[in-house]
Design a protein around this ligand. Structure first.
Ligand SMILES: Nc1ncnc2c1ncn2[C@@H]1O[C@H](COP(=O)(O)OP(=O)(O)OP(=O)(O)O)[C@@H](O)[C@H]1O
Length: 246
């Protein structure tokens, strides 16, 4: 299976704080892959380095085989269109309705005619389970679960093969959270996506992740399937999966 993301020996330091000290992992095409680890271990920072929001200080990251550190400005812009990101905050535009939020990316990055954009938006609403009428609502009129679906539809607007999710189920009630997990798995299969998510949600981890990396003590403490990482003797893994702490 081809690696969509290869992280090699990444070292990240903020002032005195060493966050990553030689982090390496790889994400294969078509997997749902998790970044796990204690609070502050650098999960979000690693994701930000991969999506070009944070400079790579040392080490290499390749996306679709392309090394990120030597990308030209134009190549970086082209690459950015190959992933979608669902931020924890959803980052919806409050002054735009749901359909307009989804259309933003299409208006900004394509020269498609308005009628075609409307059709694409209708399709994106449908695949995340929202109705055309819900497309007319504003973010303030939506539940937490609906906001996530809108942000997901927007992240998928340009048909990226790669999707990043930052704690997608945090703040959702358990029913909405499991519904969202099922949606991610369905979309992965339907659109043949590769999905990377930062998560602390044990139910999501158990049901959705094919493989995961545990970042702990500045390094990868374990990488593999759930049963593989559970075998690794590490205090964080024992506590997190062992049920010592809720
Ligand atoms: N731009 C920055 N400048 C300085 N310190 C930063 C910066 N970004 C992150 N950090 C620090 O790096 C460490 C890792 O942060 P990060 O948000 O990646 O952790 P995390 O594993 O995602 O945490 P959480 O699970 O709590 O969201 C933290 O100590 C954070 O304060």
């Amino acid at each position: 299976m081809a690696a969509v993301i290869e992280v090699n020996n990444v070292v990240t330091r903020f002032g005195e704080r060493l966050v990553h000290d030689g982090v390496s992992l790889h994400v294969n095409a078509g997997e749902i892959y998790g970044f796990l680890g204690p609070s502050g271990c650098g999960k979000s920072t690693l994701m930000r380095e991969i999506i070009l929001l944070e400079p790579i200080q040392s080490g290499t990251i390749r996306l679709f085989g392309e090394p990120l550190d030597t990308l030209s400005f134009d190549a970086a812009q082209t690459l950015r269109r190959r992933w979608g990101v669902l931020f924890q905050s959803n980052a919806l535009f409050t002054s735009l309705n749901v359909a307009e939020n989804i259309a933003v990316m299409l208006k900004e990055y394509t020269a498609l005619p308005a009628a075609l954009i409307d059709e694409i938006v209708a399709f994106k609403l449908d695949i995340v389970g929202l109705t055309p009428n819900e497309g007319k609502l504003y973010p303030s009129q939506l539940s937490g679960g609906m906001k996530k679906k809108v942000a997901l539809a927007r992240a998928l607007a340009l048909d990226p093969p790669l999707l990043f999710l930052d704690e997608p189920t945090s703040g959702l009630d358990p029913v909405s959270a499991r519904e969202f997990d099922a949606l991610i798995m369905r979309l992965r299969d339907m659109l043949q996506l590769t999905v990377v998510m930062v998560t602390h949600d044990l139910a999501s981890i158990e049901t959705t992740l094919d493989r995961m990396a545990i970042i702990d003590e500045r390094r990868i403490a374990a990488e593999g399937t759930l049963s593989e990482v559970k075998e690794v003797p590490s205090p964080f893994i024992r506590t997190f999966f062992g049920g010592d702490v809720s």
